[in-house]
Ligand binder design. Sequence first.
Ligand SMILES: Cc1cc2nc3c(=O)[nH]c(=O)nc-3n(C[C@H](O)[C@H](O)[C@H](O)COP(=O)(O)O)c2cc1C
Length: 168
Amino acid sequence: MNKILLINGSNRDAYSYKILKEIQKEINDAELVKLNDYNIEFCKGCLYCDKNAKCIIDDDLNKVINQISNNDIIVFAIPNYFGGMSGFFKNFIDRLHYMYKRSIFKDKKVVFIYTGALEDDSITMEEMTKSTHNIEKYLELNVINRYSFSSRKELDIDKVNSIIDNLK
Ligand SMILES: Cc1cc2nc3c(=O)[nH]c(=O)nc-3n(C[C@H](O)[C@H](O)[C@H](O)COP(=O)(O)O)c2cc1C
């Protein structure tokens, strides 16, 4: 049985969080991590990680890394800010720079849930797929599914259920 980690990439407990909670209701064993519960400092840009295979900053990032290591499928819920991933989430990704060419994601499966306020969530899908493209490339993410939601509408439960079915 695959171990599933749900990561809320929003800096608040709102729409993206709600989707993940719905998933967790049906997949009880899934662990839910809220990045806003962790102290994850900004990347300093020092590139210490190029030579040392770890980040020079010793903060809560390490806890999240451990949780990722202990699971098989990582589900990221990420809000769309100005046509791309939010700065809050991007900083988390920037801090993973030391995984470039030595990614812990190599043996994992990844699912992206993109949320945006536009009614037409196909635009969110298009913008966010572009936004995460290079992360997938450099961190060698094996993205098995991606979904987009409009936070302007009632939660699309059918879509949530299809995520759950595909995760099971
Ligand atoms: C600064 C900012 C910029 C945003 N830009 C966009 C955008 O370009 N396109 C979009 O569809 N929604 C945009 N939104 C709306 C959020 O993506 C939307 O509310 C999302 O569901 C937030 O996720 P959360 O509720 O989990 O925090 C923006 C919100 C903020 C705060």
